[in-house]
Design a protein around this ligand. Structure first.
Ligand SMILES: NC(=O)c1ccc[n+]([C@@H]2O[C@H](COP(=O)([O-])OP(=O)(O)OC[C@H]3O[C@@H](n4cnc5c(N)ncnc54)[C@H](O)[C@@H]3O)[C@@H](O)[C@H]2O)c1
Length: 448
């Protein structure tokens, strides 16, 4: 089929390349000319494992092209995937839908009969509102459907080609049939799909992200209780995870969630629920948000404690800048938030990341960035493990011991081997295990 993918960021570039991979003729569209130039030349504008190969293959096959022209997109075919950003509004909690609106307004005057399929995460009711907007713009033969995206950065290619499920929110059998055709190779390979109305489809995505955020904040709340009680949250999570009703994933206590999705989505959900008059039933999401931010504050406080009670002049090595491993995305990155706060409190901070340094430098130019872990650790009073890259899990403590001023590690992702580091002579601390592990000073003076 011939289709366009409008918005070629983290979601759209992957979607475009994957649609070409499964045999469609795809035109990717973005207002960012630099991004389109890079994509058209076969260069991924961001780090995503497996995307480079797919992009090259799509371009070489002639099935994948890119443009900045929405008019060209309107004429390309009858199916348009909408993948533009829906960030938090600058003046409130709700989603900023100006990019979504701009695409629909831009397409409307040029469209032959067509189906626009939203993939961006939007507040429930958006498809209905956009349909009215299209009608008002005189595009009566254009239909709107919502097909929310559940991909995870770092696994985006596999998640697009082998998703857990597809959700088709359409207003007609005909639109549903088109979506079944688009995804036919996936459906044939056993991927389940749920066909529903657009409002339910929009809500599935908001509900999924709210649930995931709740699970993370739940275990982080348990981590704080563990710290107060001298218990170990990693063992707690392990034991909880055996219960099929609970499950083990998303129960990793630590620095919490960030990125361009979960934080803004739970806020947008609260804002939309309030508009619908049911704000109080999802009021708990503000607590989820607050617990999440508490982890950043706790990490800074614990760093100060490990550094001997005060931060000014202390050298802190920060391992990780991306909001999660296998991505260079630094939007609302917990690691960078912690690094920036330590810097504000006059610690001397050096940040390392395997892929996200360029984006991090743009977001927080005041911080110092280094391209080697060893360089970050030189003279450090405390080493912070803030993003769970495999490279950090493979670190050999012995190689770092001669470099640091004090062998002291805060594993804010609870993913390093505590025994390994402790046996190597390091003081090892982790959120949710403060009372359960040895080597943590009981008060500030112990670390000086
Ligand atoms: N990133 C993820 O992991 C992920 C996963 C699932 C859903 N989503 C949702 O997908 C949407 C996009 O997220 P993203 O992470 O790809 O954002 P992004 O910022 O990486 O990409 C958005 C792209 O849209 C482009 N754009 C903006 N206005 C445009 C216009 N008028 N015409 C054409 N292009 C335009 C931007 O230039 C940018 O390249 C959001 O709603 C997000 O919540 C993202």
């Amino acid at each position: 089929m011939k289709l366009t993918v409008i918005g070629t960021g983290y979601l759209g570039a992957v979607h475009a390349a994957c649609m070409a991979e499964i045999g469609h003729e795809v035109l990717g569209v973005d207002v960012d000319a630099a991004k389109i130039t890079a994509l058209a030349a076969g260069r991924t504008p961001f780090f995503e494992p497996g995307l480079q190969e797919l992009l090259s293959r799509g371009i070489d096959s002639g099935r994948l092209r890119f443009t900045t022209s929405l008019r060209e997109a309107a004429r390309f075919g009858g199916l348009h995937f909408l993948c533009v950003g829906t960030p938090q509004r600058p003046d409130g909690l709700g989603a900023d839908l100006r990019h979504v609106d701009a695409v629909v307004d831009g397409l409307a005057p040029h469209l032959p009969p067509a189906l626009i399929v939203g993939k961006s995460t939007v507040p429930v009711g958006t498809a209905e509102r956009l349909t009215a907007r299209l009608r008002a713009a005189g595009a009566p033969e254009v239909q709107l459907a919502w097909n929310p995206e559940f991909l995870r950065e770092g696994h985006a290619v596999m998640d697009t080609l082998r998703p857990d499920r597809l959700v088709f929110g359409t207003g007609s059998r005909c639109a549903e049939k088109v979506l079944r055709e688009v995804y036919a190779p996936l459906i044939r390979s056993g991927v389940p799909y749920v066909a529903t109305d657009p409002a339910t489809a929009e809500l599935v995505k908001m509900a999924a992200n709210s649930f995931l955020a709740t699970k993370i904040s739940f275990i982080n709340a348990m981590a704080e209780v563990c710290d107060a009680a001298g218990a170990d949250v990693t063992v707690l999570a392990h034991a909880l995870g055996y219960d099929d009703r609970i499950g083990r994933s998303f129960l990793n206590a630590g620095l919490g969630f960030g990125g361009g999705c979960l934080p803004k989505d739970i806020r947008a959900f609260r804002a939309r629920a309030a508009e619908l008059g049911v704000g109080s039933v999802v009021a708990f999401l503000s607590e989820i948000d607050e617990i999440n931010h508490r982890q950043r504050r706790r990490t800074v406080e614990l760093t100060a404690r490990l550094a001997g009670g005060s931060l000014p002049g202390r050298r802190i090595a920060v391992l990780g800048a991306a909001f999660k491993p296998d991505s260079d995305d630094v939007r609302d990155s917990p690691a960078l938030a912690v690094a920036a706060q330590l810097h504000r409190e006059r610690a001397v901070v050096r940040v390392h990341d395997p892929e996200a340094l360029e984006n991090a430098r743009e977001a927080f130019p005041q911080l110092e960035y280094v391209s080697r872990v060893a360089k970050a650790c030189e003279g450090a009073d405390v080493v912070l493990h803030l993003t769970d890259w495999a490279e950090y899990r493979a670190l050999a403590p012995d190689t770092l011991t001669p470099l640091v001023r004090r062998p002291c590690l805060l594993d804010a992702r609870n993913s390093l081997d505590a025994d390994f580091w402790i046996r190597a002579g390091w003081q090892y601390a982790a959120l949710g295990r403060l009372g359960a592990l040895p080597h943590l000073p009981s008060d500030a003076s112990a670390a000086t």
